[in-house]
Design a protein around this ligand. Sequence first.
Ligand code: ARG
Length: 288
Amino acid sequence: MSTPEAAVTAAPSRTAHHRHYLMCRPEYFTVNYSINPWMEPANPTDTAKAVAQWQKLYDLYVELGHDVELIDPLPGYPDMVYTANGGFVIDGRAYVPKFRFVERQGEAPAFADWFRAAGYDTIEPQEVNEGEGDFLLAGDVILAGTGFRSTGDSHREVGEVFGREVVTLNLVDPRFYHLDTAIAVLDPVVPEGEHPTIAYLPGAFDDASREILEERFPDAILVSDEDGAVFGLNSSSDGYNVIISPRAKGFEKQLRDRGYNPITVDLSELLLGGGGIKCCTLELRDAE
Ligand code: ARG
């Protein structure tokens, strides 16, 4: 007679990997312009609340054992808290952003200076790109978003800079204007040649891109429109602990079923700027 346990497929066991992040305290956070559908300058924002919510994310990373660097916020750049857009870093090389909208363009030199001072091999871009907002490292390949912010030419450029294959994905829903609002890479470290588990929101992509995702990531977690719409995918993972929005209930369960440990942090105030957990977190992948 078979035991009930034998019939149940156990969730795979997951491993937390030490991460190195760059964050920026939202001391000057407000919404006084609109460059995405979430931003409504007429609605009031509460900077102290933004700072307090952000601090919880920072403290959690530290508690989980990660190293978090800070870049000084610049007055007049309320979006600088979204450090994912501040660059894309692999093997100690930092590819600097070139922001689409003039409102954020002054952030780029500040991030470039920070990378140089911290000893990263710093590469200035020719092409419009918004860093890890649109570039996600998935195993050996770079998943690259376009349609709203980073251009297709930046996909060629990022591939040349890092000597890696780039998979272009077309974003079609203005609410999900950066790739990191539509895909989460759940395994930051995978054995060579293997692909990580990813989660994505199918409706954020055109048909061709969806086909690419289905083919490359047949075991991906498909997130519901409901969870996508509360920025559920804008999450960060160390391979075991996945920091997500408390509103993404279905995604939380999907993660648990796959052996991850979802932890919720509420960044409701920062969502008024169209950003969430991942947007506030830049991965610093140092040279080995
Ligand atoms: N207000 C910012 C912008 O529109 C939000 C950036 C969010 N960042 C991200 N990585 N998705 O540029």
